[in-house]
Write a protein that binds this ligand. Structure first.
Ligand SMILES: [Zn+2]
Length: 330
């Protein structure tokens, strides 16, 4: 990042840099933002660079002009910042935020992960004006940055365990009113197609607008901590998770098929003692859908080139739906 800063300073050397902000691997984004003041033009500029590759051209930097009132306001807020070290940072390389400013010849440097620490709450004001002036697509970054300040940081760490009684606690502690409404609908329309507890996790497959999504719910009964994850593109606690929790609470189970992969050269001994099986959602068109432990789905051919089945059914419904379908394909 220093490198980028140097290049900027070379190119805009007549401008005064007010502050720099680097977001490193922040929600998979690498963003370098700075506020500069041009004495010549008597204007404040926000310049920013979305660093995807290693090639970047300072001349083609995105630039937003700020009003002088807003620029001066940011400077006055900055002046309130003290040079206190933040002692609670445990920096990691993802979601890292570096903020530096040299206002009044006083070097201020803050580093933190994910959320503005409460101690540096004043940065929230600065970032508010900053991101408000930037394109809408970056606003979600601001929402995340201030999540600790407005007490919504749980939204951004939902893939981490959090204190929540999976079976009893009120669902509006986690889900928003609109998600609850959509989740209720999802539940009532029986969109939860598969749901099964396997060891300490619940695996579920929910039918969404654009295909099937996997929801994985881990629950630690002792500590009453829940971990939720959904493969849908919605960012936070989603309606699919809601519908699955509702099904879990109503003690519903919709078993997956279980299949074993028949290795072409496996001898009988290996076949007998191979305990490994896969969760299976069934057959769509001529492919079998396998659910991998990480929640991703694989669509595979059922038969090999010599027309031998590559999967054997370990567990299925009483009607032998899967076995029948496999036979039909042969
Ligand atoms: Zn979802």
């Amino acid at each position: 990042m220093n490198n980028i800063s140097k290049k900027y300073n070379k190119y805009y050397h007549k401008d005064k840099n007010i502050f720099e902000l680097s977001l490193i691997n922040y929600d998979s984004l690498n963003l370098y933002i700075r506020l500069d003041y041009s004495k010549k033009e008597n204007l404040f500029f926000i310049r920013y660079l979305n660093i995807l590759g290693h090639k970047f051209n300072i001349k083609n930097t995105n630039q937003v002009t700020l009003s002088n009132e807003l620029g001066s306001l940011i400077v006055s807020i900055l002046q309130q910042l003290t040079n206190t070290e933040l002692d609670d940072t445990n920096e990691t390389n993802t979601d890292l935020v570096c903020f530096t400013s040299n206002i009044n010849k006083k070097h201020i440097e803050y580093k933190f992960n994910s959320f503005i620490p409460l101690k540096a709450i004043i940065l929230g004001d600065i970032f508010y004006y900053l991101f408000d002036s930037m394109p809408f697509k970056y606003h979600s970054i601001f929402a995340k940055l201030i999540a600790k300040i407005n007490n919504t940081d749980y939204k951004y760490t939902y893939k981490m365990p959090f204190k929540f009684d999976l079976y009893r606690e009120k669902l509006d502690k986690v889900f928003s009113a609109s998600t609850i409404q959509k989740g209720e609908e999802c539940y009532k329309l029986e969109k939860v197609r598969f749901l099964e507890r396997i060891q300490d996790s619940y695996y579920a497959t929910v039918e969404g607008e654009n295909g099937l999504y996997t929801v994985i719910v881990d629950y630690d009964n002792k500590t009453r901590t829940t971990t939720l994850a959904c493969s849908c593109p919605y960012e936070y606690f989603c309606k699919h998770m809601y519908a699955v929790i509702k099904s879990i609470r109503n003690k519903e189970t919709y078993k997956y098929y279980k299949v074993r992969y028949v290795e072409e050269n496996a001898d009988m001994y290996n076949k007998m003692f191979s305990q490994h099986y896969y969760l299976c959602l069934g057959i769509v068109d001529d492919k079998i859908i396998i659910l991998l432990p990480d929640g991703s789905m694989k669509r595979l051919f059922v038969y090999d080139k010599s027309n031998n089945p590559m999967f054997e059914v370990v567990e299925e419904d009483e009607e032998h739906t899967l076995s029948k379908k496999i036979k039909e394909l042969g």
